[in-house]
Design a protein around this ligand. Structure first.
Ligand code: UD1
Length: 420
């Protein structure tokens, strides 16, 4: 398995360009199942998860291919005859595979999708996806570890989510596009990626209003048509670079991002002492000599994103004073704490809360990545630590960050990958 080696202590300086958003690309690729024909999506990040989604579409008979040369950031999908089954082997490597469920039932009348099971950051059930589909008239049977959903024709309905779920909202929004009549989804997720999916579906001919708010209304249509679309920038990757600049007392222009998608993160970075200014094409972040401790609570959008919690924690590990980080979205998302402690961080976890006492410095150590954002936090910690940090199990990182080490090296970091 590859590892990443970082020698800390370098100030990051320069410009970096953000890739397309993983969490927008995955549902958008899945949405191609809603119509027959040739789709072309641009600004699709080269990530393991995107590869998994393409493979999944491929096993169902929809050919998904990455372009070459000038079209290297594009994925073309050709949807013809589809076998509506998502096997365990793929779903177990990526929970977001469940995003094919809604489109499959809506357009093909049937779906057999493996249940995702638990994952490192908690139980992560899909009960809301299933409850919502039942409300739209699907029959759901759970058997042999698979969800079997059937519906000759979905029917519009009102559904209120018990918990705010991003992929749950996306699944039901996609399903409702081809349902008969009007669907109203309440307590829907407001993430920019949900709004982007609504935009894409509308381009395909759907009639969705309220994407990006907590009430989404979908008027069902008979059919959708394939489209060409460029995917929006990844706000979590952008946020990770802003943290990297703040952490190393650096000066970095993070380009091709949407500042409005990052308001909660920018707010916390400013509180911590970073100077963030809007510039043509991006945001410039200058790190202070001494970071200040700030308290953070993760929440669904527009609150502070859980996908930035681990990265912000690293900042707090070297800030002046004590901070409290409360994780409210996932039940078990502090696995990075033990690894950060191995690097000298002073963190106490009590249930959903972590209390961090800032230290002057961290010390490089061999550490193990446990999940996607945790692995990003270890890379960040390595940038700030004295000496060498070796991050193992970086396949987690490759699921969600495109060429992270190359981009950081471009900013002056001493970082490289050691191939297995
Ligand atoms: C998505 C993102 C992930 C992000 C998360 C929260 C994608 C591909 N992934 O994951 O990066 O960390 O949103 O912003 O977009 N829940 C239920 N029942 C359900 C569904 C969810 O109880 O049916 C719970 C989950 O266990 C969790 C919370 O709701 O505690 C939020 O999960 P959810 O928004 O569904 O996360 P994902 O969509 O899987």
């Amino acid at each position: 398995m590859d590892k990443i080696v970082v020698v800390g202590g370098k100030q990051l300086v320069g410009e970096v360009v953000v890739s397309g958003a993983k969490n927008a690309a995955l549902p958008i690729l899945a949405s191609s199942l809603l119509s027959q024909g040739h789709h072309l999506f641009r600004n699709v990040p080269r990530l393991a998860d995107v590869g998994t989604m393409c493979k999944l579409l491929g096993t169902m008979g929809a050919r998904a291919e990455r372009g070459t040369g000038r079209l290297g950031d594009a994925v073309a999908i050709d949807v013809g005859h589809v076998t509506p089954e998502a096997p365990y082997e793929l779903v177990k490597t990526m929970r977001a595979s469940v995003l094919v469920l809604g489109p499959l039932v809506a357009r093909h009348g049937r779906a057999r999708v493996s249940l995702p099971g638990g994952c490192a950051i908690g139980a992560r059930p899909i009960d809301q996806h299933l409850k919502g589909l039942e409300k739209l008239g699907a029959t759901i049977v759970l058997e042999h570890g698979y969800v079997e959903a059937r519906a000759r024709q979905l029917k519009g309905a009102s559904f209120t989510f018990d918990v705010v779920t991003v992929t749950g909202t996306e699944n039901l929004m996609m399903a409702a596009c081809l349902a008969k009549g009007r669907t109203v989804l309440e307590n829907a997720a407001r993430e920019p990626e949900v709004e982007e999916l609504a935009r894409v579906l509308n381009k395909m001919g759907a009639r969705i209003s309220g994407g990006g708010t907590d009430v989404i209304t979908i008027e069902g249509v008979d059919e959708l048509k394939p489209i060409e679309h460029a995917i929006l920038p990844d706000r979590i990757e952008a946020g990770t670079f802003l943290v990297a600049a703040a952490l190393t007392a650096g000066d970095v222009l993070v380009k091709r991002l949407v500042p409005e998608h990052l308001e909660a993160v920018i707010g916390k970075l400013r509180e911590a002492g970073a100077t963030i200014t809007a510039e043509e094409g991006g945001l410039r972040c200058k790190g202070p000599n001494v970071l200040r401790a700030v308290d953070v609570k993760t929440l669904p959008h527009p609150g502070f994103p859980t996908d930035m919690q681990a990265q912000l924690m690293v900042l707090m590990c070297v800030a002046k004073g004590s901070s409290v980080i409360t994780e409210t979205v996932f039940e078990n998302r502090f696995m990075h704490v033990l690894e950060l402690s191995r690097m000298g961080a002073d963190i106490r976890v009590d249930g959903h809360t972590a209390v961090i006492k800032g230290k002057r410095s961290l010390s490089g150590a061999p550490v193990m990545a446990t999940d996607l954002r945790a692995s990003a936090s270890l890379v960040l910690a390595g940038l700030r630590a004295r000496g060498k940090t070796e991050i193992h199990r970086v396949y987690h990182l490759d699921r969600g960050y495109e060429r992270l080490e190359k981009k950081l090296r471009g900013l002056g970091a001493d970082i490289h990958r050691v191939k297995a």
